[in-house]
Unconditional design. Sequence first.
Length: 429
Amino acid sequence: MLKRYKKDHDGSNVPVADIYFAKEHGIDSRNIDLDAVWAVRKLKQSGAEAYVVGGAVRDLLLGRKPKDFDISTSASPRQVQKIFWNARIIGKRFKLVHLVFKDKILEVSTFRSGEDGIEEGSSIYGNVEQDAKRRDFTINSLYYDPTDGQLLDFNNAMADFKKKRVRSILPLPASFSEDPVRMIRAVKYSVTTGFPLQFDVKRAIKKSANELARVSSSRLTEEVTKILSSGDSAKIISELQRFKLLVYLLPCVSVFSRLHEVYASLQVLDEQMRVLKESDEAVDEGMKGQMLVALVKPIMSVSPTELTPEESFKEIFGQVKTLISPLTPPNYDVEHAAVIILEEAGTAVPKNCLRARRPVRQPGKPGFRAKSQKHGESPRKGKKVPPTAAAAPVKSGPSSTSNKKRRRRKPKAATNAVHVKPELPASDN
């Protein structure tokens, strides 16, 4: 193990991080996504610092194959966009870059200092040390360079891995007041890693639980979707109920969460999600409807047989919406959940009942490929890209050459034609 130093204000060397090598941290390079390695290498070749960060490093240290890979770099979003042909800048408050591939999206963020910038609500860029100090938990604050196998630890996170504990970097309970969703993530990380929460984290969660009431429904929906697709939803839901957080995510489910039927239904869902993870298959739109079914069916009443299929569908649809409130998943997923529940009860749902459109397949999701693009070929100048990478979508519209009608050129006048100047009428003078 080596030490990373920086110059103090008086010129003396101060240690800021521990550097671990491949033999020391034991990360299996076979679990690392090749496109992530390619992206980090290109960023480093441009002169920038770049590392794999966050949950991907946490899973690698636990011997698991990460589902998503996030990259953090010293390059600004505009600089990253100039380096990669498949880069897209997103966000207004904090700009991120998405590298769009055939079956995935790599998220690239710039090191942040955590201080307020010139623009209101913005955050100015910083160095890797500042970026590490602003993260939520130590187990998510490691920086891994897949090109040379070095692992940077700025927060003594490796000690927390050895002691198997979830420890907060930012002061508590101010961290949870700043972003209440961190309480949900703390419970989730504790279940998925098997590491218990530190006492100060538990105490801060109990003290700040009511802060979740001010979190937007879209963020709560995103977190619950991640929980249901984690493969450990039954345990996570149980722990959220124990810390009195579930009532702010799913009030109706919270009332019945201790029923054996609810826990058993989520366990069946967890088994399905584990099978998908082992086979490297992504969660499709249909599976999201199945997640809602596993969550709400045990506490639903599917009875009125005297109703028509259309009326039954509306009744079940309304029940699902009520039971998952305040979550706001797409109506397509709710309709699909209602169809599954009714079909399992022996009721066929007419097609005219389904009004929500199927979500448009986005770049980076399985099966997406531009029509005019061949596999492994960049949309720009036919450049070849890594085998697993695919190009950004080709825009189709009035400006596309495939849709533009060719105009016939007007025939030019013959070159040997003689232009005769018309004679003017004779003047009287």
